[in-house]
Design a protein around this ligand. Sequence first.
Ligand code: ASP
Ligand code: MG
Length: 413
Amino acid sequence: MAVLVQKYGGTSVGDAEKIRHVAGRIAAARRAGNSIAVVVSAMGDTTDRLIELAESVSGAPDPRELDVLLSTGELVSCTLVTMALREIGEEAVSMSGAQAGIRTDTAHGSASIVEFDAERVQQALDAGRIVIVAGFQGVTHEMDVTTLGRGGSDTTAVALAAALGAERCEVYTDVDGIYTADPRIVPDARKLSEIGYEEMLELASYGAKMHPRSIELAAWYNTPVLVASSARDVPGTLIHEVAPTEAGVEGEGMEVANKVRGVTYERGVARITLRAVPDRPGIAAAVFEPLAESNISVDTIVQNASAERLTDLSFTVDRTDLRAALEVTEGVAGAIGAGECVSHDNLGQVSIVGTGMQNAPGVAAVMFSALAEAGVNIEMITTSQIRITCVVDEGQVNDAVRTLHDAFELGEG
Ligand code: ASP
Ligand code: MG
């Protein structure tokens, strides 16, 4: 029997009625002759509410305790879905991450799966049961509960699909697929019928709503992921291995339409600039090592060419990490004899992504001039082979996204 893994997001299991609806969908897939394992997120905004609760009793909730607390959100939804399935006559059983065999490292709040022994899930499937696994969580070798970072249920689902050798992982959510841009910002954004892992990874890391690690895993195990709506029966987007676009192969001259697959964005970006940094070996390590040790992830980094052996070093972090990052950086500045630390906390970023833009020099120029015409100032630029990201003022993010979507002719018709 083919094994199918399905994942339902928080809004899809947001109340009792939706849970019954989801149970009906799972039962239908089962009756179609599949062996089914399901991963669920916590109901609605449960995780946010649990975080608020923790913060209402503690200024800095203990990471171990917080993870146990947050893991309960998914326990609630997975048991309720299981009960709803049993109610309609399906043999179903729920499992926490630990029961399902998910081992992680000890990084509370953003743990990585290090081992997935799906034996127990497999046995239940073999016995003809539907297995409902609580997403977003695992357990360390010391049996401490961990969580995988916000949105981590996607990663649980893909990891489960890989561990079971499932044909594919179906992710059901409140949007019906991956779009060329966020349809709430760009009304004529187009739904993609398919997208490659690489492109999706760039999109997922820069705004589009999938847990980036889930895409890394899907690519590594070559597990296709279908993203579709749990409410409406319309075709979704298949994330899988795709050949480079025809446009990408042509790759000639200034013809830039079709080289870009999508536009994505992020808000809540903050920048720290460390001025008058002595330009000698070891300085970057001195700045970024302590940040890494404090678990602060740094995104864009720019170092100027030095004048008089002094340089400016700028980098971006999540706005929520700004305070902690400033503390660390100010400490380092003193130690290495650098000048002042300045920060700016009202930034965002926009990115264009597409494998077609490799070796297509016109693309960057089109991006920059489109932003210039729209009066959007570019604060910082970073690139990968298949992505160009510009850090801009947060208030201009929407304009920038619309402008780029137009410039690369990504819309309908
Ligand atoms: N419930 C968790 C969150 O809100 C994990 C998830 O939904 O994937 O981030
Ligand atoms: Mg999600």
